[in-house]
Design a protein around this ligand. Structure first.
Ligand SMILES: CC(C)(COP(=O)(O)OP(=O)(O)OC[C@H]1O[C@@H](n2cnc3c(N)ncnc32)[C@H](O)[C@@H]1OP(=O)(O)O)[C@@H](O)C(=O)NCCC(=O)NCCS
Length: 332
């Protein structure tokens, strides 16, 4: 019997560079409240959000991704031609096919890198980091770009009280590559499809069959999602710490999905994070950018000096599906 040759990569992988793109148009709460009979005070108190950014027509899924990815490449000092795989996490690339990733890989100037999108909603970026870690260590990619990108303003109903003030636009990216030391801990991930309907868009066929077809927008059972995220996700985060062999006292940075500041607070309390752990609060002026939120928040913490090279950072993301993923990484 013939035995196939197999390949493996380096023992360890790490995040080598982080990038983000923030759309130019700042949208304060005052701009969204009239359509949902709300107030700046209510929104800040319930979610922490003061402003968010919406993309202009020129700020596309592809252009925002390219900008974020280029910053990650520059930070790592790696040329796009060295990238073997581009993984894009998004739910707001509005072409059923082809993926956004192939165009992004082309615009970046990769040499025909493998490229594909993943659909894991807000959890997509952390899924992508897990895949990239395994790809590099498995020898299937020397360098892998992981991009989280959304234009949720395209699929959010501005009159829906439960979502209009939450969702926003942006892009974040990391470059994953070989490392002398472990830079990405084991992923803890999973799904709870029993609650498939908690956050979703309508089926296109139902929309088109209606009298007044409009864009299928996001709907969310806010209370249910809030409870699930606040109580269940802290356990997942703790498992990611345990699997990486890191205690909360050894943790430097906590970068949860920027879903809602109250969810972040609840997780931090459950995890008993000491005061010394810096916590991402990008949601205050970025809103909830789904797959883009974790890398955007991490980039901001690096820029602000809250996350330094060599720090340990706990990442966790969760959302529609319900899908979730968490891992501890070392800040590049
Ligand atoms: C959306 C969310 C902020 C709503 O907050 P909530 O406290 O659950 O709000 P409820 O739906 O229970 O409504 C509470 C009250 O606020 C009112 N309300 C609801 N939406 C409102 C809005 N946009 N503005 C003002 N008042 C609003 C309700 O009418 C209700 O009033 P009542 O007490 O007089 O009946 C909250 O559920 C949430 O953050 N969920 C998780 C969302 C999330 O993070 N999703 C992303 C996961 S990826």
């Amino acid at each position: 019997m013939t035995t196939l040759r197999t390949e493996t990569g380096p023992s360890y992988a790490a995040i080598l560079g982080v990038g983000a793109y923030r759309p130019s148009r700042l949208v304060p709460n005052s701009e969204v409240i009239d359509a949902i009979d709300s107030s700046d005070e209510w929104i800040q108190q319930r979610s922490g959000i003061k402003t968010r950014r919406f993309a202009t027509d020129d700020e596309t899924i592809v252009s925002m991704s390219v900008a974020a990815a280029q910053q990650a490449l520059d930070a790592a000092g790696v040329d796009a031609r060295q990238v073997d795989c581009v993984v894009v996490a998004t739910v707001s690339h509005l072409l059923q096919t082809p993926s956004a990733a192939t165009m992004i890989a082309h615009e970046l100037g990769t040499e025909q890198a493998a490229a594909f999108d993943i659909s894991a909603a807000c959890a997509g970026f952390c899924h992508g980091v897990a895949l990239a870690n395994d790809m590099v260590r498995g020898g299937t990619a020397g360098y892998a770009l992981v991009i989280g990108v959304e234009r949720l303003s395209d699929i959010t109903d501005p009159t829906d009280r439960g979502t209009a003030f939450i969702f926003a636009d942006g892009a974040g990216a990391v470059l994953v590559g070989p490392s002398e030391t472990p830079g990405i801990g084991p992923v803890v991930w999973g799904s709870d499809g029993e609650h498939y309907d908690h956050i979703r868009t309508a089926d296109w066929r139902d929309v088109l069959a209606s009298d007044n077809p409009t864009m299928p927008c996001l709907t969310m059972k806010g209370n249910e999602v809030f409870r699930w995220a606040s109580f269940t996700m802290a356990k997942t985060a703790q498992q990611a710490l345990d699997r990486a062999g890191i205690s909360v006292d050894e943790l430097d940075v906590f970068v949860p999905h920027q879903a809602n500041n109250r969810i972040t607070d609840a997780m931090a309390r459950s995890l008993r994070l000491p005061e010394s752990v810096r916590i991402a609060r990008d949601i205050i002026d970025a809103g909830n950018t789904s797959a883009a939120s974790v890398p955007m928040a991490l980039r901001r913490m690096i820029d602000d000096g809250d996350a330094k090279s060599g720090d340990t950072a706990l990442l966790i993301a969760f959302g529609a599906g319900l899908a979730y993923a968490a891992q501890v990484v070392v800040v590049p």
